[in-house]
Unconditional design. Structure first.
Length: 599
């Protein structure tokens, strides 16, 4: 009961403490406004999730250098290394980027984050309100527009405006009350001072989840004289260490590849931090030399921006050649969990708001579900996946795989369902629902619904397999040769259907319209087999070649096998429909596809 009120009570206590000091009020208000600006800025760029950023990321990361360049430029433009880091983690976890490509983007994001320190330092000498307030006004006006793009631009303007306004409040707080908000009283020389302020910068960044906010405090404190130059540089280094928390948190809900990428981010930031701490005096000298060459005086806050860029650039230059080796090292050290329970490989909360990426990830997860269902059905029929996918005659395979009367090779469908089907199906349903809630695009909503429907068809096929299995093996091994041959015929027909579906799935060049027509033809063929089987069963029943109970069970088995065929074909048809243009109508599809087949 107490936990329910804990956070509200803490917020009230913080409000009270802040209100007791004018200095704390100014600095805290500035920090809150700046963080709100960062949130608005991120929301504005996410409004363009129609695929531009995702397509750019996918097409601009073919090499390590291009990956780093993309990460740097994207972060500098969007002023959010967190957004770029989370997006790259999402892409890697969804298998849309390789681990090495993702590492390059993450390294570049750290370098691009340095642009924020130049921006903060650059505007610290200006009258911020002259720039911030017009941007906020313009942003609000854009938000009144109906189009999603206009609202996104409005959010970006509002975000930049509040960002500048927050910087202004923090700056004023340190200038007017530098005796009260004074970091210089904790100033220390040498390694102890470096470690203290690196830790302080890391802690502040980890708490507020924004290196920009911490940099604003550091730069404002240095400008006001309440933090020494050496301590300001150390605290700036600490912001990079604390900044890894965002990527680590984002990776929690991803698969092992997402976690590997978050670890690569930790390696970069902790590695460069250790290097700079060990050679801090040398870095200070290099920073002072570069600053002097650029014409920055000893009291210029731009020297902090130079330092921020310097150590990130050194980190990128040193680690860029080793990105492939880092990727291999992480893959060898961070193995996928050896769990009997299959987990989602592609869908995660981090990508649900990016509609194109979400659609690709959901498609792959539905195929993942189908692969598990394929394995289950193949084994329940007495075949292996290799048998189905091979070019061997199914009749010959059937003769090679004579079922053992013992139950040692039997598949427990219920246990298999719990371990390899249920978790995936639930994840697909949850992800699809969330993804549809994050988009207003009718085409994407339609395709998400199609994929959800496909997964339901797969589940129905498994349920029918569970109903078919008890009598399938027993009667396939029956001493009554007629009964045995009928059940083996069912096994053969289903195996052939699985093979034809596999051929469609593995044919990368097949047009979805052609695939849909082929699958519908398979459904019709199986329906005819079903009808012919019923007539044949009635015939052998009338001749009393099998008993009435056996005939009843056989008729049920024919119905279950027909349902399995129908549900599997429908599942792949639904998936193929997501590959089509939204405007295509069913009639147009079939006419066009039949024309393609006849050609």
């Amino acid at each position: 009961m107490f936990q329910r009120y804990l956070i509200p009570l803490c917020i009230v206590a913080i409000i009270y403490l802040v209100s007791t000091s004018d200095a704390l009020t100014n600095v805290s208000a500035g920090l809150a406004i700046l963080l709100f600006g960062m949130l608005s800025l991120g929301s504005g760029f996410r409004a363009f999730n129609g695929g531009f950023l995702e397509n750019l990321l996918a097409s601009s990361t073919s090499t390590s250098v291009r990956s780093v360049a993309f990460g740097s430029i994207a972060t500098a433009v969007m002023q959010s290394s967190s957004l770029v880091s989370v997006l790259s983690i999402s892409f890697v976890s969804a298998a849309l980027l390789s681990l090495a490509q993702g590492i390059g983007v993450i390294f570049g994001a750290n370098l691009g984050n340095s642009a924020g320190s130049w921006l903060i330092a650059g505007v610290s000498g200006m009258k911020i309100s002259a720039l911030a307030l017009p941007l906020i006004v313009g942003g609000v006006l854009f938000n009144f527009q109906s189009s999603k793009t206009s609202k996104g631009i409005g959010q970006i303007f509002v975000g930049i405006g509040f960002f500048f306004l927050g910087v202004g409040y923090i700056k004023e707080g340190f200038e007017e009350y530098k005796e009260i908000v004074d970091f210089s009283q904790y100033s220390m020389e040498g390694l102890s001072g470096v470690l203290l302020f690196v830790g302080l910068g890391a802690l502040m960044t980890a708490i507020v989840q924004s290196s920009h906010a911490t940099l604003t405090i550091i730069i404002s404190a240095f400008a006001a004289g309440s933090m020494s130059y050496e301590n300001a540089l150390a605290a700036t280094l600490g912001t990079s260490v604390g900044g890894v928390m965002t990527a680590v948190i984002a990776s929690v809900s991803t698969n092992v590849d997402g976690k590997r990428l978050a670890m690569a981010n930790c390696i970069f930031n902790f590695g460069i931090a250790l290097l700079v701490i060990a050679t801090f005096d040398y870095f200070m000298w290099v920073n002072s030399t570069i600053s002097a060459l650029l014409g920055f005086g000893e009291d210029s806050v731009l020297r902090i921006a130079v330092f921020h860029t310097l150590f990130n650039l050194v980190g990128v230059v040193l680690l860029l050649p080793f990105i492939p080796k880092i990727a291999k090292l992480l893959e060898s050290l961070m193995k996928d969990e050896d769990s009997q329970v299959d987990k989602p490989l592609y869908v995660s909360d981090t990508i649900v708001q990016y509609q194109n990426t979400a659609l690709i990830a959901l498609t792959r997860e539905v195929y993942h579900l189908y692969e598990n269902a394929f394995e289950l059905i193949a084994h329940a029929l007495g075949f292996s996946r290799h048998d189905i996918r091979s070019e061997k005659d199914i009749e010959e395979v059937l003769k090679e795989h004579i079922w053992n009367r013992a139950n040692e090779d039997d598949v427990d469908i219920e246990i298999f369902y719990i371990k390899k089907i249920k978790v995936l199906f639930n994840a697909i349903l949850d992800f699809s629902t969330e993804a549809q809630a994050h988009t207003q695009d009718k085409e994407h909503i339609y395709k998400f619904a199609m994929l959800t429907s496909a997964s339901r068809h797969i589940i129905e096929a498994i349920k029918n397999m569970e109903l078919l299995q008890p009598n399938l093996k027993k009667n396939s091994l029956s001493r009554n040769q007629i009964l045995s041959s009928e059940y083996n015929a069912l096994r053969t027909h289903l195996a052939l259907l699985l093979r034809s579906i596999e051929q469609i799935n593995t044919d990368e060049e097949i047009h979805p319209q052609v695939a849909i027509v082929k699958l519908k033809s398979q459904k019709k063929a199986f329906k005819k087999i079903d009808k012919d089987s019923i007539v044949h069963i009635e015939s052998i029943l009338s001749k009393k070649e099998i008993s009435v109970p056996s005939g009843t069970s056989l008729l049920n088995a024919v119905g279950f096998s027909h349902n399995i065929a129908k549900e599997l074909a429908n599942a792949i048809i639904q998936i193929q429909k997501t590959r089509l243009e939204f405007e295509d109508t069913p009639n147009e599809l079939e006419e066009s596809a039949e024309g393609r087949i006849s050609e």
